[in-house]
Design a binder for this molecule. Sequence first.
Ligand SMILES: N[C@@H](CCC(=O)N[C@@H](CS)C(=O)NCC(=O)O)C(=O)O
Length: 195
Amino acid sequence: MILYYSPGACSLADHIALEEAGRKFALAKVDLKTHKLEDGRSYLDINPKGYVPALQFDDGQVLTENIAILTFIADNYPGLMAPGQFGRYRLLEKLAFISTEIHKSFAPIFNPAATEEEKATAAGKVRKRLDEISTQLTGPYLFGEHATVADFYLFVMLLWAEKNKIEIPKSLKTLAEHIRARPTVEIALRQEGLA
Ligand SMILES: N[C@@H](CCC(=O)N[C@@H](CS)C(=O)NCC(=O)O)C(=O)O
């Protein structure tokens, strides 16, 4: 299995999840500007959408989109799934919120063409969404005592928020500290050249 990633991008969530699951996988770094892999091949031949993450299986199939990849990992490593009979849907609910309401709200902040006003509006929206999800924790993590793949996705959003000086609610700061302390996270950050 190969995870296509860019350092510190949302693909870090999938990277951490694969480490946590103890899956054997290789990493392939993507230059998002040129769409080239380190060996010179075009990433567009792997994922024509051009963005990360993408997960390539040994039979050549490629799975894209954080929600799909993270759900695949949780399905195959139940320790990272939300608990309870309804857990899979609760997990999808959180992944969708993180993807469409938090992750996508960062877009103007990363867009060099966006005005300061647009960036400030986006930061305010991210802040509001973080406030909302901060009230939904049922323990140190989103689903109580155990981290799920959704916590890893949220962790990456919190790294971005911190980097962009967006205020982070206290419960989410604590969640980020718990996740940062996991040995798998240290490994993933090192492998991406971030620690
Ligand atoms: N809908 C995609 C979005 C992924 C995404 O936004 N990836 C960013 C990095 S965090 C990216 O590769 N951006 C470069 C580009 O869009 O060309 C998903 O959830 O997987």
